[in-house]
Design a protein. Structure first.
Length: 278
């Protein structure tokens, strides 16, 4: 009988946030695959868990996944844990899960802490729709491309950032996105947890004179739909109405349909367009 992969969420700071189910599973499985065994041994020792561990991280994720899959095919049950939070979220666990499905191995996820969700609920910003980007790419071109995609993002945006790169990222966000509402969360669930709800500009000014400590989660206001509509109208208004009409006439619309489309683009009545064309 084949084994199973258990994705076990671990605390992001406060050890009391671990679940009973995760603790039981970590004790019962045959092997624990950990992102950093030196870090995870502290967690296991705290909860008196003596299950054997092996490393599974960004730099061995494909080769080690193949080894772990063979073990599960032979009947081993394996738990995957990350340094903090839920495996597979901004984490090499996603590759192991994909490869397990390809190999026909059963996977289950044991819910628990995730910094992105904790920060979102703490942010005071809209939570119904959000875009999680994790860490921005380190490659300059790729980073610029991702930031450009976020300019017109209407959902709340969630980013991770390390303290030594925070100022650079805040400067880029202000330049590309403009001065939006933002909540900066740091040291989540720990003794010195903070949620700084302000604007990108004000948070940048604060950290220009204050040292940033601890991993940060940036929760940023999305662009409003009203602003998108306003910007789109402004683009059309830069064009003469006759040119605007030609855009639709060249697409095969008749004059009446084109006038209706132009009126909608500009937020005016069809009669206004008719009068302007006289």
């Amino acid at each position: 009988m084949q084994g199973k992969l258990y994705l076990c969420a671990t605390p992001i700071g406060n050890l009391e946030d671990i679940t009973y189910r995760v603790l039981r599973t970590l004790k019962e499985v045959d092997l624990i695959a950990a992102e950093d065994t030196r870090n995870s041994i502290k967690l296991l020792n705290h909860f008196d868990i003596h299950t054997p561990m092996t490393s599974y991280h960004e730099y061995n994720k494909i080769e080690k996944a193949e080894v772990l899959i063979r073990k599960m095919q032979e009947g081993m049950n394996i738990a995957l844990i990350t340094d903090a939070g839920t495996p597979g979220i901004s984490d090499p666990g996603e590759d192991l899960v994909r490869m397990c499905y390809e190999a026909g191995i059963e996977v289950t996820s044991l819910p628990g802490a995730a910094a992105c969700i904790t920060a979102l609920t703490l942010s005071g910003l809209p939570t119904r729709r959000f875009a999680f980007e994790a860490f921005l790419p380190s490659d300059k071109k790729e980073r610029q491309a991702v930031l450009a995609e976020l300019v017109d993002e209407t959902r709340t945006i969630i980013l991770y950032e390390a303290p030594h790169r925070l100022l650079k990222t805040l400067n880029e966000l202000l330049e590309v996105l403009g001065n939006r509402k933002m909540t900066l969360c740091r040291e989540l669930t720990k003794k010195h947890e903070t949620a700084f709800a302000s604007t990108i500009e004000d948070i940048l000014k604060f950290y220009e004179t204050q040292e940033s400590k601890g991993e940060c989660v940036l929760v940023i206001e999305g662009k409003s739909r009203a602003e998108l509509v306003k910007e789109e109208r402004a683009k059309w208004e830069e064009m003469a109405i006759e040119e605007h009409m030609d855009v639709y006439l060249q697409q095969g619309m008749d004059k009446k349909e084109a006038m209706k489309a132009v009126a909608k683009d500009r937020g005016v009545s069809k009669r206004d367009i008719y009068q302007a064309l006289l």
